[in-house]
Design a protein around this ligand. Structure first.
Ligand code: FAD
Ligand code: SF4
Length: 596
């Protein structure tokens, strides 16, 4: 792609005339980790972030009570969040023709949320096309880590060696033993709270103080233990005992991170700016340029190596070049694939790093929707407790297709859940009556509900892919992604099992089941997109090697979730960061040896 190029820019006082040791694209979990590891190894790094740097604390306003907000936290008129039916009845681009001035993904709640209106992308400027897909994007310094759900889980060899276990797909080119030391480093540097369970399929982290389970959660945990299943306190990417980092404080349990998509403005919950980027800037080795939308990896025509990044300034729409000896993409799974595909040249007519033709393919994620809600009768009328003052409820670890073999599907799922008193008792919506009796009933029942929803592995399949739309462009003239993706029978059968198993588990625990949800949410809903530039040992069927280094271009690395070979059912962010740490340590070694 050719846009008019401008020479070195003085905007943001970033020197674009020099050649950096490395340029990193994207400042979320992956890009932040790359910046941290490389700068701590003494490399001079330029970090390009498409979004702006906002005053995140005043955006999140987590000390604000709902009743102090003029619309109870809803976005102002003119803002619209795409609803479940819109995702399914219409096809993307969802904002096309909308009468609303601003259109956002579903994640802030149906009314749209005032707290994320400057964090999520406005779909009017950021369209995509193809099959239905609920794509949640956060374009700002720190990306989605500013509002992530904090569930921080490790993968195991049931995941890394899935093919060996059940014959499907590909094994990863690494095993748990390769990544374990890097999970440990992430735990120690960023802090994680949780409780040891000694499960082979959900390895323990180096935990700080766990959050306490509520009485109802303890009841379910005890019952599940008799079934050989494990309910554990939410493993939260939150420091409860503190870490050595002047930009962060330890959790003091206000639960604000659970408000719609929350966020923690004392930064006890990990976010990339305070956890990784500001400390990296303190080394003196990191230069940050925000509002910088990368649209092409530049190539040296003589060597075929990457020589930098071409980017558009989001504000003035001019194009600039950043020069570097190593290029690291960390723009998130789908955006990094888009960038690889956009980077067409004489040497790489198919997009850079794409000699295998696998860029954009083997997309995978988590399927969700089915879940169960129950009432714990002995809790009705119990005195209120501070249950919402913590960064999460509980997690039920995978229990399917470990030693057993399920008839309808392969791989597994886990449940995220919670119970007890919340900032607003959702049950009020469905409680009949009015006046004093209504209020009494809501109060009495508020802390007695327990619910959980499943997150299941979507199989990586070559047929599920994204390419560039030949016509549609975003607000900066850059071709957008076109989705070719749908759930398979395996996911549908798994979801039937999720709903049934959830109900059985509540019944076995003596919890009255008041609702079972069997509906599958739209593709993309989990916000755990993975696998569009997978790692592997064979350059014909994979894009990256075990160090997330391009098979084709040795000084090009892609360190986000696009490198994952399969989705597992565990939330991906802690694995994204452990992998990025491992790869960047290798990168720095190779750089020092002059091998890049
Ligand atoms: C509401 C919510 C809840 C979540 N809950 C969990 C959870 O409980 N557990 C879990 O593990 N994960 C969770 N996630 C997912 C988690 O946030 C992501 O896995 C993680 O942020 C991925 O990191 P990343 O660096 O790949 O992408 P991002 O965090 O999205 O960062 C990518 C960055 O790259 C920038 N960028 C994109 N394109 C370009 C470009 N062309 N040029 C320059 N910069 C670019 C973006 O602006 C962004 O800042 C949740 C996400 C959301 C939104
Ligand atoms: S509960 Fe902890 S992590 Fe969540 S907002 Fe409060 S201090 Fe932050």
């Amino acid at each position: 792609m050719t846009l008019i190029r401008f020479r070195a820019s003085q905007e943001q006082n970033v020197d674009l005339s020099q050649t950096y040791d490395a340029v990193v694209v994207g400042s979320g979990a992956a890009g932040g980790m790359a910046a941290h590891v490389l700068t701590s190894q003494g490399m001079k790094v330029l970090l390009l972030e498409a979004g702006k740097k906002i005053d995140i604390n005043s955006e999140l306003r987590s000390m604000e009570w709902p009743y102090d907000h003029p619309r109870r936290g809803d976005a102002p008129p003119g803002y619209h969040a795409i609803r479940f039916n819109e995702y399914n009845v219409r096809k993307p681009p969802y904002a096309k023709g909308s009468a609303f001035k601003h259109v956002f993904s579903y994640v802030g709640g149906w009314g749209g949320s005032d707290y994320v209106k400057n964090i999520l992308v406005d779909e009017k400027n950021h369209p995509y096309t193809g099959t239905k897909y609920a794509w949640v994007r956060a374009r700002l310094l720190g990306g989605k880590t500013n509002i992530w759900g904090r569930l921080a889980l490790r993968l195991s060899d049931y995941d890394f060696k899935g093919k060996t276990h059940d014959g499907y797909g590909e094994d990863w080119p690494i095993s748990y033993a390769d990544l374990e030391p890097y999970y440990d480093k992430v735990d120690l540097y960023l802090g994680i709270s949780g409780h040891k369970e000694n499960l082979a399929h959900l390895p323990d982290s180096l935990f700080q103080r766990p959050n306490k389970l509520t009485a109802a959660e303890v009841k379910l945990r005890k019952s599940l233990a008799t079934m050989g299943r494990t309910l554990t306190p939410y493993r939260a990417g939150v420091t409860t005992d503190g870490v050595k980092n002047k930009y962060r404080s330890k959790c003091f349990g206000r639960g604000a991170c659970g408000r719609r998509p929350g966020g923690c403005d004392i930064h006890a919950a990990f976010d990339s700016p305070t956890g990784l980027i500001y400390p990296a800037m303190d080394t003196g080795n990191l230069t940050l340029r925000t509002n910088s939308i990368a649209h092409e990896v530049l190539v040296d025509p003589h060597t075929g190596k990457a020589r930098g990044i071409s980017f558009v300034d989001a504000v003035n729409h001019k194009t600039y070049e950043a020069k570097a000896k190593v290029v690291i993409l960390a723009a998130s799974t789908l955006e990094s694939a888009r960038l690889l595909l956009l980077s067409k040249s004489r040497q790489y007519p198919n997009g850079i790093g794409n000699s295998s033709g696998h860029v954009g393919h083997n997309f995978c994620e988590h399927v969700m929707g089915p879940g169960v809600t129950g009432l714990v009768k002995e809790m009705v009328g119990a005195p209120p407790t501070l249950d919402d003052g913590k960064p999460g409820g509980f997690y039920v670890a995978r229990f399917r297709n470990l030693q057993d073999k399920q008839p309808g599907f392969i791989r597994g799922y886990g449940f995220e859940g919670g119970s007890g008193f919340s900032i607003f008792p959702d049950s009020a919506w469905n409680t009949p009556g009015f006046g004093g009796q209504f209020k009494k009933s809501v109060r009495e029942h508020a802390g007695a509900f327990i619910s959980m929803g499943g997150f299941g592995e979507v199989l990586a399949r070559y047929e599920n892919y994204m390419d560039l739309d030949p016509e549609v462009k975003d607000g900066w003239g850059i071709p957008v992604l076109r989705f070719h993706y749908e759930f398979s029978d395996n996911e549908k059968k798994m979801c039937e099992d999720m709903a049934n198993a959830g109900k059985e588990m509540f019944e076995a625990a003596g919890i009255e089941v008041v609702g079972v949800d069997k509906n599958i949410l739209t593709e993309g809903w989990s916000i755990h997109e993975l696998g569009t530039a997978r790692m592997g040992t064979d350059p014909k069927t994979s894009v990256l090697n075990q160090f997330q280094q391009s098979h084709d271009v040795k000084n090009l690395f892609v360190v986000d979730g696009s490198s994952h070979v399969s989705a597992s059912c565990q939330n991906p962010t802690w694995t994204i960061m452990a992998l990025a740490w491992r790869s960047c340590e290798h990168l720095a070694d190779e750089f020092k040896r002059g091998n890049l």
